[in-house]
Design a protein around this ligand. Structure first.
Ligand code: ATP
Ligand code: MG
Length: 486
C-alpha cells in the first residue's frame, strides 16, 4: 500500500489495477500462510529428523542404513515437484490477475456495459478468464494429488523393509522384537517430517511465486522521487517558470507531447491555456505538481527547480482540480476537506460558496453531511466538478490549477464562479497564481496571459487583445465561439 502510494502517474499508467489487487490480496495471503506454517513445521521438522536418526542409529545400524537408501528417493521427488510446480503457480496467479482485471474493469464500467447491451459479452469475457484460471488450477492440483500418495507409499515401503530386515534378524537372534518395533517408530519419525515437507511443497511453491510478484511491486522505482537533499523553501511566492520544457510519455512511440515550452507566470497572475483537444493542455499542468517529470528543460517555483523541492512542500502549495472530477464515497464535508481534514465547517462552507456549490449542497437532504456514492455517482457532473473546485480552494493554495473544471457547468454559473474566484483571490492576504485550462474562450478573456497550444507547441501567448492581433489560431477560436459578440 505504501509503495503504491509512492508511485508516480507514469508508474500507474503502466500497471493494471487488477494486478495490484491480486498482488495485495491473494499473493499476500499465500505468503502469509507459508510464513505461519514455517514457524512451526519447518523449525520442528529438522529436530525430529535429527533426533529420530540418532536414536535409530543407536538402536539398529542395519535399519538406519536401509533408511538412508530412501532419503535420496524422497529428496529427488521433492526436488522434481518443486521445479515443476513453481512456474505453474506463477501461471495460476497470472490468470487470477486477468480475472481480477476483467472483473474490476467490468464493475467500474457496468453502466456502459448495460447501455450498450454487452452483458452477455462481458459474462463471456469473465467466463473465459475464469476457465483459464480453472484449467491451470486443475493441472497443478493433479500434481499435488500424485505427490502425497507417492510420499506415503515411500514411507510404507520403508516400514515393510524394516519389518522384513528386522524380522529376519530377530529370527536369527540378532535383534529383539522390541528393537524392531522401536526402529519402525524411529523410522516413521524420521520420514514423517519429510512427508510433511512434501505436503508443504505446494504452498511453498505457491508462496515463492507470490512473493516474487509482491517483490516486483516493491522493487518498482517510483519514477518521480523526492530529492535526496531538498532545497530549503522558506515561503512559497508562487512564481512558476517553464524553461524550454519538453515532455514525452513513456512508451508512447517517443513522440513528444510538449515541445520547447517557455513562459513565466508571476506570482498572483492568471495563466490560461487554450487549444484543441489533445493539444497537451492537461499534460502541461500535470508537470507543475510533478505528476510527471519533464523530459527536457526545467520548471522552477520561485526560481528553484521543482525537482529540488520536497515533494510534499511542492504539492501542498498547489490546489488542483483535475479534468476528471473524482470524489470518494463519504460525506460532502469529508470530500471537500480531503486536503485539509482539520478545516472548520465555516471554511468548508466558504469554499463551497466560492465554488458555487453551496446552494446545491444545502439542498441535499443532510447538507454537508450527506453521503455521496462511491466516486460521487449520486451527483451530477457539474456538481462533482464544483465540489472538486471547492476541495482545491480549501487548502488555500499558492498555486491553483483548474483543468477544464467547469466544462459541465452552465455558462451563467461559470461566470459567477469566476467572479467569486476573482474576488477571493484579489482579497486574499496572500497571492495565488492561477492556471486555468478551458475550452470556452469566455473563461480566459481576463487572464494575464493566454497560452495557445497546438499539438504540443505553444504557438502564441499574450493577453486577449495581444493575441487577437497576432495569432490567427486565437482569432479563429474567438470568432467561432464569440463571433456574434464584440
Ligand atoms: N498517460 C498518458 N500516456 C500516454 N499518452 C498520453 C497520456 N495522457 C495523454 N496522452 C497523450 O498526450 C496528448 C496530449 O494529451 P492531453 O491530455 O494533455 O490533451 P488536452 O489538451 O488536455 O486535451 P483535452 O482538451 O481533450 O483535455 C494526447 O495526444 C494524448 O493521447
Ligand atoms: Mg485535458
Amino acid at each position: 500500500m505504501r509503495k503504491v502510494q509512492s508511485f508516480s502517474f507514469s508508474n500507474l499508467d503502466e500497471v493494471q489495477t487488477g494486478q495490484l489487487i491480486t498482488r495485495s490480496t491473494s499473493d499476500v495471503h499465500m505468503t502469509q500462510m507459508i510464513v505461519m506454517m514455517s514457524l512451526r513445521i519447518l523449525t520442528r521438522a529438522p529436530i525430529w529428523v535429527l533426533g529420530a536418526t540418532v536414536m535409530l542409529l543407536v538402536t539398529s545400524t542395519r535399519l538406519a542404513l536401509m533408511m538412508a537408501a530412501f532419503v535420496p528417493v524422497i529428496a529427488l521427488s521433492v526436488l522434481w515437484f518443486a521445479r515443476t510446480a513453481r512456474p505453474m503457480f506463477t501461471w495460476v496467479q497470472q490468470r487470477l490477475d486477468r480475472l481480477n482485471t476483467v472483473l474490476q474493469e467490468n464493475l467500474a464500467g457496468v453502466r456502459i456495459v448495460k447501455a450498450f447491451v454487452r452483458e452477455a459479452h462481458e459474462i463471456e469475457r469473465f467466463g473465459d478468464a475464469n476457465r483459464q484460471l480453472m484449467e491451470k488450477t486443475i493441472r497443478i492440483m493433479r500434481l499435488v494429488a500424485i505427490l502425497l500418495p507417492t510420499m506415503t507409499l515411500i514411507l510404507n515401503l520403508g516400514i515393510i523393509g524394516a519389518i522384513w530386515l528386522g524380522g529376519g534378524a530377530t529370527l536369527a537372534g540378532e535383534m529383539t522384537v522390541g528393537q524392531v518395533v522401536a526402529s519402525i517408530n524411529y523410522l516413521t519419525f524420521a520420514l514423517f517430517p519429510l512427508m510433511m515437507l512434501a505436503a508443504m511443497l505446494s504452498p511453498i511453491a505457491a508462496a515463492d511465486a507470490s512473493a516474487a510478484r509482491i517483490l516486483e511491486v516493491l522493487e518498482t522505482e517510483p519514477s518521480v522521487t523526492a530529492p535526496a537533499v531538498a532545497a530549503p523553501l522558506p515561503d512559497v511566492q508562487g512564481r512558476i517558470a517553464f524553461e524550454r520544457v519538453g515532455f514525452t510519455y513513456e512508451g508512447d512511440g517517443g513522440e513528444p507531447v510538449l515541445r520547447d515550452v517557455s513562459f513565466v507566470a508571476e506570482a498572483g497572475e492568471t495563466i490560461a491555456s487554450l487549444g484543441a483537444t489533445g493539444s497537451g493542455k492537461s499534460t502541461l499542468i500535470h508537470l507543475i505538481p510533478r505528476f510527471y517529470d519533464v523530459t527536457e528543460g526545467r520548471i522552477t517555483l520561485d526560481g528553484t527547480d521543482i525537482r529540488e523541492l520536497p515533494l510534499s512542500v511542492l504539492r501542498s502549495s498547489i490546489g488542483i482540480a483535475l479534468q476528471e472530477a473524482v470524489l470518494f464515497g463519504g460525506t460532502v464535508r469529508e470530500n471537500v476537506a480531503y486536503g485539509r481534514p482539520d478545516a472548520s465547517l465555516d471554511e468548508i462552507r466558504d469554499a463551497c460558496r466560492t465554488a458555487q456549490a453551496l446552494n446545491f449542497v444545502e439542498s441535499l437532504p443532510e447538507g454537508v453531511d450527506t453521503v455521496i456514492g462511491q466516486r460521487g455517482v449520486t451527483l451530477s457532473g457539474g456538481q462533482r466538478q464544483r465540489l472538486a473546485i471547492a476541495r482545491a480552494l480549501l487548502t488555500k493554495p499558492k498555486i491553483l490549477i483548474l483543468d477544464d473544471s467547469t466544462s459541465a457547468v452552465d455558462i451563467e454559473t461559470e461566470v459567477r464562479l469566476q467572479d467569486a474566484l476573482d474576488a477571493l483571490l484579489a482579497d486574499a492576504a496572500h497571492t495565488t497564481t492561477r492556471f486555468i485550462v478551458a475550452q470556452r474562450i469566455s473563461t480566459v478573456l481576463l487572464a494575464d496571459m493566454i497560452l495557445v497550444l497546438d499539438r504540443g507547441n505553444v504557438v502564441s501567448y499574450g493577453t486577449h487583445s495581444e493575441l487577437l492581433e497576432k495569432s490567427a489560431i486565437y482569432r479563429e477560436i474567438y470568432v467561432s465561439q464569440l463571433g456574434g459578440m464584440t
